[in-house]
Design a protein around this ligand. Structure first.
Ligand code: FAD
Length: 402
């Protein structure tokens, strides 16, 4: 039968394997993963695992189920080269053949740029992507060491929350002028500054880090921030460097350039999850979403394509984050001219913010502890149905089409 090789044992990889079997693929399926674990879930790594409430390596799909589905899982083995003409992937332990290849290698945390990258030995510097990373950081929390977090993004906010819960002194250094700079519009992100203060984390914005020394972090203005440990949370880059020289088209950010059905630019190769960027007809641009829900949906798209029934991958982006004791959920992508609509009092501790286009169609929604609003708004965003702004602004009225 047709041999499918999936490179990358994360969410996108394991879900592709499961979907292929469920949709009737009968040939061999091999799932290759560099980590010594079977695929596990990453979101708990910055939440429950840091607090010792979960171990973090619980398999995403029970081992017995993968075996029963006839999926060969090769762990602790890294792809190091791609030879498309020979239809082989090289690994440290020899080549693996394929008829259809799925790239699902995810992303690696970005190091600090330049000499500030923190030379080995210059302090206790962490990033957070794997279960080992999470356990190393957990040890810092258990020892209640002071923690400097570089980047007030999603990871920074979640780790700050856990570290304060564990009783660590926390300083968060953000190069932008507000938390989540570059991710959320200023109006919406600015109030989040207060959330850091609320838990007793010292958030310093416009703080440009120039180096990490043995005693902590050094800023461009010469200030030194003492810290027993440092977490760098400034984003992630697609883990595709191993395909260099293969002719596989990559974007400047390292993502695999796929088409709307997630086909990479070479025959019989697909890519899904954090390592890929797809063209969105919905948003008129290429998108590297790098969130859980997109990896899940992309796996289904790829499985359909591998089986010769290509479908379009153009979902409305969705993600959640648990920070400061709050559940944040986001759906959509606002356009440049869209206007903000607060549902209820913007000062409320729970809140829903909608972005409306010129026809009053919601293009994006952010909710804080309002899961019902999220579910209702998600439908409106997906279906592009206009809402009545006056009614949408009233939190007592369910969100639905005008
Ligand atoms: P990954 O999960 O990264 O899996 C890729 C796998 O491929 C890895 O195991 C890697 O080791 C392996 N690999 C890489 N290179 C090779 C190679 N050359 N050969 C073999 N194997 C290789 N999203 C949300 O929406 N909400 C959240 O709350 C949330 N929390 C998160 C918290 C953390 C700490 C992290 C790191 C991510 C979080 N995410 C969250 C994002 C979400 O987990 C990712 O979008 C998702 O894991 C992407 O799945 P993936 O399969 O594409 O990549």
């Amino acid at each position: 039968g047709t041999r499918v090789l999936i490179v990358g044992g994360g969410l996108a990889g394991v879900r592709t394997a499961v979907e292929l079997r469920e949709r009737g693929h009968e040939g061999p399926i091999t799932l290759l993963g560099a980590e010594p674990h079977e695929p596990y879930d990453r979101p708990p790594l910055s939440k429950a695992v840091l607090l010792g409430e979960a171990e973090g390596d619980e398999p995403l799909v029970p081992t017995a189920d993968l075996a029963a589905a006839g999926v060969t899982v090769l762990t602790g083995r890294r792809a190091v080269g791609l030879r498309p003409a020979d239809r082989e992937v090289d690994t440290g332990a020899g080549p693996l053949p394929w008829d259809r290849l799925v790239l699902a290698t995810g992303a690696d945390p970005l190091p600090l740029p330049g000499p500030a990258g923190g030379a080995p030995g210059s302090g206790d510097v962490h990033t957070l992507r794997t279960v080992e990373d999470a356990r190393a950081l957990r040890a810092v929390l258990e020892a209640r060491r002071s923690l400097a977090i570089i980047g007030a993004g999603w990871i920074g906010a979640e780790v700050a929350t856990a570290a304060r819960r564990a009783g660590c002194p926390v300083t968060v250094l953000e190069a932008g002028s507000q938390p989540l700079a570059g991710t959320l519009p200023a109006e919406v992100a600015a109030p989040m500054r207060a959330w850091y203060a609320e838990i007793g984390a010292d958030l310093r914005t416009d703080a440009r880090v120039t180096g990490i020394g043995p005693d902590g972090v050094v800023l461009a203005d010469g200030t030194a921030v003492a810290a027993g440990a440092v977490l760098v949370g400034i984003g992630a880059r697609a883990a595709t460097a191993w395909t260099a020289g293969s002719g596989l088209p990559l974007g400047e950010d390292g993502t695999v350039t796929v088409d709307s059905a997630l086909r990479a630019g070479l025959p019989d190769i697909w890519a899904a999850g954090d390592c890929a960027a797809h063209p969105s007809a919905r948003y008129g641009r290429r998108m590297a979403v790098q969130h859980w829900d997109d990896a899940l949906r992309a796996a289904a798209t790829v499985a359909a394509g591998v089986l010769g029934e290509p479908v379009e991958h153009d979902p409305v982006p969705y993600f959640w984050s648990e920070q400061f004791g709050r559940m944040l959920q986001w759906v959509g992508a606002p356009g440049p001219g869209d206007r903000l609509l607060y549902r209820g009092d913007p000062a409320d501790p729970t809140r829903t913010v909608l972005w409306l286009d010129e026809r009053d169609v919601p293009t994006a929604v952010l909710t804080v502890d309002r899961p019902r609003d999220l579910a209702q708004a998600r439908r409106a965003v997906e279906r592009r149905t206009p809402v009545d702004p006056d009614r949408a602004a009233d939190p007592g009225v369910p969100l639905k089409a005008a």
